[in-house]
Design a protein around this ligand. Structure first.
Ligand code: ACM
Length: 484
């Protein structure tokens, strides 16, 4: 029980052992489409680990021994995502108010069992004890930049699998930037066909069709992850400006951009066509998005007049709201008049207080701690270092509630690990930068501050390293951790 990530809110080991047998079943009550689906998720993982049948029994008539019981029951103290997990030598008892809570309990159970599922042990044992667990923050995010380099549906699904394993619940996709536009927009089709045809260094271009994007949304939703789409504006827009000359103030299409410098592009804020364009894009994105939020970027608008910028952000929020969504933007939106429903994502810590004064909540992605694209050290083969070098301990050892003046616990909707892809080409590149820092951010987002400390994390993550190795995950063997 001593290697869980994220650390549960409370944990009481009882020093015995539960062992899965060839006849162990998964009993689920009440049987609903969602509870059966999460049961099947657990069954599939345990079948893979053991080769046992692990049949699912809906609404079992009586309790049997040596089984796994999944139950929904009313307990408001568990909230929308909490769970209670009791392991005894006679059975595993998992209870939650919601299918999401059951899903998180299942992630915990899977970590407690066989550490190396790839080795297919014929036995699957877990230490006994009881856990009651609820997350600290509602927004536990990861951002993936698919604009600088494009990543396939398959790569994004593999990343989603890892996010789910560590109880993250938001995947923010950075879908457009100077270098590429990555989502099909039916009313402006050249955004994808022309804007999507470039990438950093001329490599890894492409875009998701709306059908592919819906497939990602559904895959994530099955794992209780909400996809938050970001279309960056009014800067970081060269790909759109290359696709449509009329979006430029001078009416001349820009050349595709394959560099990595930023801050040179801007939509033309004086033209009405710009707002028609944004309304069409936001309407189509909202229709693809079951989640509450649309991210409008808003960062580094260095080529946009400051007053025009603030008026623009306020107008864009009315468009986002018109389609029933809440606006998220990088912290620069705090300079504009925004509503209390808006959310500002802090990355430098300059404008958070301005957003909070307007009643908005914030998401913390501080570059020095939560930017997974920062190099680990001077020798790191991938990444940048403009925010500094971010070793495992830098990613782990900070508290969202005390990071910035004027930003307290109640202002914080959550925490998000951001992964920009200027230097990343492959899935292995993604995971090398993400692990073991993504797991640090996942713990910050989920676990009580008082319960966690670096020394404990560095010991626990070493056990995860053995599992990552067995599963073929490419990760950074930080010298700060005594890997097993
Ligand atoms: C950012 O890193 N430009 C949000």
């Amino acid at each position: 029980m001593n290697h869980l990530i994220p650390l549960p809110a409370s944990l009481l080991p009882t020093q015995l052992e539960f062992q899965l047998g060839p006849d162990t079943q998964i009993l689920v009550a009440p049987a609903t489409p969602e509870t059966l689906r999460v049961s099947e998720f657990l069954a599939a993982a345990l079948r893979h680990a053991t080769g046992y049948a692990l049949s699912i029994v809906p609404d079992p008539p009586a309790h049997a021994r040596d089984q796994i019981f999944l139950t929904l029951h009313d307990d408001s103290t568990l909230g929308a995502e909490g769970y209670e997990l009791n392991l005894t030598p006679d059975g595993v008892f998992l209870r939650a108010q919601t299918p999401a809570g059951l899903f998180y309990g299942i992630q915990t159970l899977l970590q407690l069992g066989a550490p190396s599922p790839a080795q297919k042990p014929q036995t699957w044992r877990a230490a006994t004890g009881s856990i009651r667990d609820v997350p600290r923050f509602a927004w536990r995010g990861a951002m993936l930049d698919v604009a600088r380099h494009f990543f396939s549906v398959q790569d994004v699904k593999r990343y989603i699998d890892w996010l789910a394993a560590y109880k993250l619940n938001r995947l923010h996709l950075h879908l457009s930037d100077d270098q590429g536009w990555r989502i099909e927009i039916k009313t402006w089709d050249k955004l994808a066909t022309i804007g999507g045809s470039s990438g950093v260094g001329g490599k890894k271009s492409g875009y998701y069709t709306q059908a592919e994007y819906r497939e990602l949304v559904a895959y994530a939703a099955e794992r209780f992850i909400v996809i938050v789409p970001e279309i960056d504006m009014p800067g970081h827009t060269n790909a759109a400006l290359a696709a449509y000359p009329e979006l430029n103030c001078d009416g001349v299409a820009r050349e595709p951009y394959t560099g990595i410098e930023v801050g040179f592009s801007s939509l033309c804020l004086d033209k009405e066509i710009t707002y028609q364009f944004l309304e069409d894009v936001i309407r189509e994105l909202a229709a693809l998005t079951p989640g509450e939020f649309i991210h409008i970027g808003g960062d580094e608008a260095h080529a946009t007049d400051k007053t025009a910028y603030t008026q623009f952000i306020a107008r864009v929020e009315t468009i986002v709201e018109k389609y029933g969504k809440r606006m998220v933007g990088w912290e620069e939106i705090g300079q504009a008049k925004i509503s209390a429903r808006a959310v500002a994502q802090l990355w430098r810590g300059e404008y958070g207080a301005q957003a909070i004064q307007q009643g908005a909540q914030v998401i913390l992605s501080p570059g020095k701690h939560a930017y997974l694209d920062m190099q680990y050290n001077e020798q790191s083969p991938l990444g940048l270092h403009w925010a500094g070098y971010v070793e495992a301990q830098d990613a782990y050892a900070w508290d969202p509630a005390t990071l910035s003046a004027g930003v307290g616990e109640s202002n914080i909707l959550g925490v998000e690990a951001a992964l920009w892809s200027e230097t990343l080409l492959t899935f292995d590149d993604i995971t090398f930068m993400a692990f073991p820092r993504l797991t640090a951010i996942a713990e910050i987002a989920w676990s009580p501050q008082a319960a966690r400390n670096w020394e404990s994390y560095r010991q626990r993550v070493a056990a995860h390293g053995a599992r990552w190795q067995a599963l073929g995950l490419h990760f950074y063997r930080s010298p700060q951790i005594d890997w097993e």
